[in-house]
Ligand binder design. Structure first.
Ligand SMILES: [Zn+2]
Ligand SMILES: [Zn+2]
Ligand SMILES: [Zn+2]
Length: 232
């Protein structure tokens, strides 16, 4: 059994970004497609000036590709009416895939499916329909999963961990014991570094919360068990 190395690659992985996408990306992409099509429906030629709603249609479905990552050649502008004819009128209630999410910070969003005001927006897509931005309940419904609910629960637990009174400030650093692992978050030049048991992480996190969040993810994801388990 080798002695614990001073620096471990495991903690060099950056903390996962909370938001996998920004809703804004889709809006920007959509406007780009509409502009390229001259601001009008490619079927009937009507524009927003004619009072129609313009949407972007994906001519082909690419699995595991976010709607705004499609090649422009696979996208076209359709008015809502022409688009409805393209897809049929009844939106499917199953077969949707979760693509990502965003936290708007307040209830400024609206669920595309039920119209509820939402703060947490989930992007879902379907082989035969347009991508939708929906709330937690509708995301779970459409994907037939608990992804959205689980994500919210995870965030709540993370929030409690960040604020936990179990964190103790000892001199310059912060310490906590979680699942038998002694954790310290230590200020260094440019941010904070994580120590777990006698192992020092390589990554420097810009602020205290992102370092603490990385600790939480590391333990929750089971990486900690794999890492320290193998050394036991
Ligand atoms: Zn379409
Ligand atoms: Zn049209
Ligand atoms: Zn909804």
């Amino acid at each position: 059994m080798p002695l614990m190395s001073n620096v471990s690659p495991f903690m060099s992985v950056p903390a996962p970004r909370k938001n996998q996408y920004r809703v804004g990306q889709w809006a920007v992409f959509r406007e780009e497609v509409i502009e390229l099509d001259g601001g009008e429906c490619v079927r009937c030629g009507r524009s927003r000036d004619d009072g129609v709603v313009l949407q972007v249609h994906h001519k082909k479905y690419l699995k595991d590709r976010a709607p705004w990552e499609y090649p422009l050649a696979l996208c076209e502008t359709l008015c809502k009416g022409c688009h409805g004819q393209e897809h049929g009128v009844v939106r499917p209630d199953s077969g949707w895939d979760y693509v990502g999410e965003d936290d708007l910070g307040d209830l400024s969003g609206k669920c595309d499916r039920c119209g509820t005001d939402i703060r947490y927006v989930y992007f879902v897509q379907h082989p035969k329909w347009e991508p939708l931005s929906v709330g937690t309940v509708c995301c779970d419904d459409l994907t037939g999963t608990k992804i959205a609910t689980e994500r919210r629960k995870f965030d709540e637990r993370l929030g409690r961990f960040l604020k936990s009174t179990r964190w103790q400030q000892v001199g310059q650093f912060y310490s906590i014991k979680q699942k038998q692992i002694a954790i310290r978050v230590v200020p260094v030049v440019g941010g904070y570094r994580i120590h777990m048991n006698s192992t020092t992480g390589r990554t420097i996190y810009p602020d205290l919360d992102s370092a603490k969040a990385r600790v939480f993810n590391f333990i929750e994801s089971g990486e900690a068990d794999d890492f320290f388990g193998s050394k036991a």
